[in-house]
Write a protein that binds this ligand. Structure first.
Ligand code: NCD
Length: 316
């Protein structure tokens, strides 16, 4: 695999390959010194044109654990626009000998554009509302491993997963719907009509506008962040009302099955979509998602950069 730009491009076979590699990387991460020489001498550059805490740090941690050299190019969204300046930036940095770019940008499709300008591998860390494939992979890995399943094309079969909230502005929802359904899960989107994207009728999902009706019947409750920075129209009357209908509060949490997992990609809006303290819920795997993110991103870097398995020291 040369790039990781979308779940669709990766395909079921690619998802299963990354999940298997992630299991090996998780073993590396349990060692006292969680570092292997797999990508020694290769340079991984993070190009983040949008704010990020966990994704950027997670990728950099992953690259360092594989012994790659890392560079960060942080740009405020306002100072650099798409077009020539981005092209110049990428060509300049590429000329220094870069193996992979990890890119986040507010414009959908930027990873495809970048791959025309450089020979380096491109990993999409979020493009606009479009895709966030490593989030979908780490979420899939979290569900699979927490439920004691092993990587396969049907490893999420029989599971009902609710994705709740601001689906319209969410690249996480788009990527996760593709990954979860590709592996056999049944997905229900729970949102007010105004926060569903145009064309959602063609997605392979069910749709509901009542969290109360759905919550008792799911294996996984995936809460999305209310993307206030992306809402220039008033799509919900006010956040208090949104929270009352679609937030996870203490009353709703009691409706969850004992075994249901509760997930969130972060950053969480406490008091909006997450009213209850998730740490009090038995099925809370939110910090596990973050921890798994490092193993999964190690797997992705290793896969796109063609690392040699012998260098991980893990039996495959
Ligand atoms: C997500 C993102 O930026 O797309 N966060 C993340 O990567 N952990 C989700 C979000 O911002 O709502």
């Amino acid at each position: 695999m040369k790039h990781l730009r979308s779940i669709e491009e990766l395909g079921v076979e690619g998802i299963v390959r990354i999940l298997s590699l992630s299991e090996h990387m998780a073993q590396v991460n349990q060692r006292p010194v969680p570092k292997v020489p797999a990508l020694i001498g290769r340079t991984v550059v993070s190009l983040f044109f949008e704010d990020s805490t966990r994704t950027r740090i997670s990728f950099e941690t992953a690259a360092k654990r594989l012994s790659a050299d890392t560079m960060t190019f942080s740009v405020s969204t306002s100072s650099v626009n798409k077009g020539e300046s981005l092209r110049d930036t990428v060509e300049t940095v590429s000329a220094m000998g870069v193996a992979a770019f990890v890119v986040r940008h507010k414009t959908s499709g930027i990873p495809w554009q970048l791959s025309e300008w450089t020979d380096a591998c491109i990993i999409n860390a979020g493009d606009g509302w479009h895709q966030h494939p490593t989030q979908a992979l780490l979420d899939t890995y979290t569900v699979m491993s927490t439920l004691g399943r092993t990587p396969s094309a049907t490893c999420l079969a029989g599971l009902r997963i609710a994705i709740v909230g601001d689906v319209r502005h969410s690249r996480v929802a788009r990527s996760n719907v593709q990954a979860f359904t590709a592996l056999g899960a049944q997905v229900v989107l729970v949102a007010p009509r105004t926060l569903l994207p145009p064309g959602v009728e063609d997605w392979p999902v069910e749709i509901s506008s009542s969290l109360d009706e759905v919550i008792g019947d799911v294996d996984v409750l995936y809460m999305l962040r209310m993307q206030r920075e992306r809402m220039n129209e008033s799509l919900v009357p006010h956040l208090g009302e949104y929270s009352q209908r679609f937030g996870l509060d203490e009353r709703r949490a009691t409706l969850l099955r004992d075994t249901a997992l509760v997930m969130h990609p972060g950053p969480m809006n406490r008091g909006v979509e997450m009213v209850v303290d998730p740490a009090t819920l038995p099925g809370n795997v939110i910090t596990r998602q973050v921890a798994n993110g490092v193993s999964v991103r190690m797997a992705v870097l290793f896969d796109v950069l063609g690392g040699s398995e012998a260098t991980t020291g893990v039996q495959t």
